[in-house]
Design a protein around this ligand. Structure first.
Ligand SMILES: Cc1cc2nc3c(=O)[nH]c(=O)nc-3n(C[C@H](O)[C@H](O)[C@H](O)COP(=O)(O)OP(=O)(O)OC[C@H]3O[C@@H](n4cnc5c(N)ncnc54)[C@H](O)[C@@H]3O)c2cc1C
Length: 471
């Protein structure tokens, strides 16, 4: 058994995710550069103790990638785009989504799902949860378009899971590195098309009345819907997008403005106001004033009928987070129940503020994501969903707010994401996924019988017995 690492390793006293909201204590952090390195890591449990957790950009807001006492495998050196075909792209697991999206654009192609987080790594995108408002007739989860995953198993063997094994592929798309470390992925992609953009601001009442009609529009009139929720203004701004059949793209400056507001201005302002204005009435009056102005700009300026490029909406965040970082959470709900759920959520936020003096110092967003059973832990497997996503700088009070929000969402039958919904309890995971947890476990046990890749977070949420622990 190997006892000395051939790779440079770090032994940090503390390790954090990108947003510095999750602090953990791995024994070893290692950055492999080749598949042989990955095999060596898997085969040397003395040097690389369990749990072994791969990370991409480490942006997840939950403990899904935590390896307390174990090994963090930093996959960022696997950053090559291997091949762009006519309707596929193959890339290494540590390549960033934004880099691949820009390479696709040069070939007249694009991803189906263009998530806002450009730092999303290809490996995480293929085997974890993601979301973006579904474009008409398309899925809103990136993994649904992953058609081949190459992995190194805990035994150090190379496997490929692809469309020839559809059921296995469906489970692997939700495997979060618990079957093996993904080193290469092939995604199906589509021809790039100009994407129109418009915003409309509704009152809560107007929106709840309009929603069923918006959903029921004929296919030719369908648009994607991302929502900006303002519980304290009783308003909802909707970002509508759809593709045109042909034409040139323009309007990258519109996305630059939107992305800068999202990435820097809104979190920066939230941070400054929270840290300089102790008087909450004044602080949140200014947050609301800012949100009003943002809505005006959205409706009047952020629109393009000629069509923008979907790749321009993807944001590159700095490698290291700064004071303008933000955090968020998410639960998904059946869209037919959304009018009553969003109304209840507005009440929940206002009541929580009255009772506990805490509210988000940014905004809330939401996505409409179409029915999608392509992955086992899909949050829209039984029908189209809409989400509730509070967003804040993670200021004091956020963690307690999230605990109450999780209870609120779980009680309303919501479905969480293991990498994006912070603080879910094992019971909430059981309520949301039911027998899907056992189904996953039956596969996981085959790939990882000694639980080498299993951390405490997944052990508890998947309901794995504590007995079988790897060395
Ligand atoms: C500011 C910000 C904005 C965001 N915006 C969006 C958004 O618009 N849409 C969206 O969907 N999400 C968004 N997210 C969430 C983010 O996409 C997910 O948390 C995603 O998993 C992060 O990718 P990552 O590469 O950092 O994964 P990590 O956090 O590094 O890993 C996520 C999970 O995948 C596993 N994993 C990672 N790499 C591998 C691999 N090579 N092999 C096997 N397992 C692996 C990890 O062990 C972990 O369980 C945002 C997050 C932040 C902080």
């Amino acid at each position: 058994m190997q006892t000395k690492s051939l790779l440079p390793i770090q032994t940090p006293s503390e390790f954090t995710n990108w947003g510095k909201t999750i602090i953990s204590h791995p024994k070893v952090v290692v950055k492999p550069t080749t598949v042989d390195d990955l095999i060596s890591i898997m085969k040397a449990p003395q040097t690389y103790p369990a749990p072994v957790r791969a990370i991409g950009s480490n942006h997840s807001t939950t403990q899904c990638a935590v390896a307390d006492g174990g090994t963090v495998v930093d996959m960022t050196a696997f950053d090559k785009i291997i091949e762009i075909g006519t309707d596929t792209v193959t890339a290494q697991a540590g390549a960033l989504y934004i880099d691949v999206a820009h390479a696709l654009r040069e070939k007249g192609l694009q991803f189906f799902v263009n998530v806002e987080l450009g730092n999303l790594s290809i490996g995480s995108a293929a085997c974890g949860g993601t979301k973006d408002a579904s474009m008409p007739g398309e899925f809103g989860q990136v993994c649904s378009y992953a058609i081949s995953l190459k992995m190194v198993t805990p035994q150090g063997e190379l496997i490929e899971i692809d469309e020839t094994q559809p059921e296995l592929l469906r489970v692997a798309r939700s495997s979060y590195g618990l079957f093996g470390i993904v080193y290469e992925v092939k995604f199906r992609v589509r021809p790039a098309r100009p994407m129109t953009l418009r915003h409309k601001v509704y009152t809560l009442d107007e929106f709840t009345q309009a929603l069923p009609k918006l959903i029921a529009r004929p296919d030719s009139e369908q648009e994607s819907m991302m929502l900006y929720l303002f519980p304290f203004l009783n308003e909802i701004a909707v970002e509508f997008r759809k593709y045109k059949d042909a034409g040139k793209t323009s309007g990258s400056k519109l996305w630059d403005l939107r992305n800068w507001t999202w990435k820097t201005l809104a979190p920066g302002l939230g941070y400054i106001l929270t840290n300089t204005i102790p008087l909450k009435g004044l602080r949140y009056a200014l947050v609301d004033w800012f949100n009003e102005k943002v809505q005006l700009v959205m409706e009047r300026v952020l629109k393009s009928r000629s069509g923008t490029s979907a790749a321009d909406q993807i944001i590159r965040y700095p490698d290291e987070s700064s004071w303008t970082k933000y955090t968020f959470s998410i639960w998904a709900f059946p869209e037919e129940k959304y009018p009553e759920i969003v109304r209840a959520y507005f009440d929940f936020c206002c009541n929580y503020y009255i009772q506990h003096g805490y509210r988000c110092n940014m905004l809330n967003v939401a996505y409409r994501i179409l029915k999608d059973d392509s992955s086992l832990f899909s949050y829209s497997s039984s029908g189209s969903v809409m989400t509730l996503d509070p967003v804040s700088t993670g200021d004091p009070g956020w963690a307690d707010f999230i605990t109450a929000y999780n209870e609120f969402c779980s009680n309303l039958g919501g479905v969480p994401l293991f990498n994006q919904t912070r603080g879910i309890t094992p019971e909430q995971a059981r309520n949301a996924f039911g027998t899907r947890l056992q189904e996953f476990e039956s596969y996981r046990k085959k790939y990882d019988p000694t639980n080498r890749l299993l951390n405490q977070y997944f052990r508890e949420r998947l309901g794995v017995e504590a007995a079988a622990v790897a060395d």
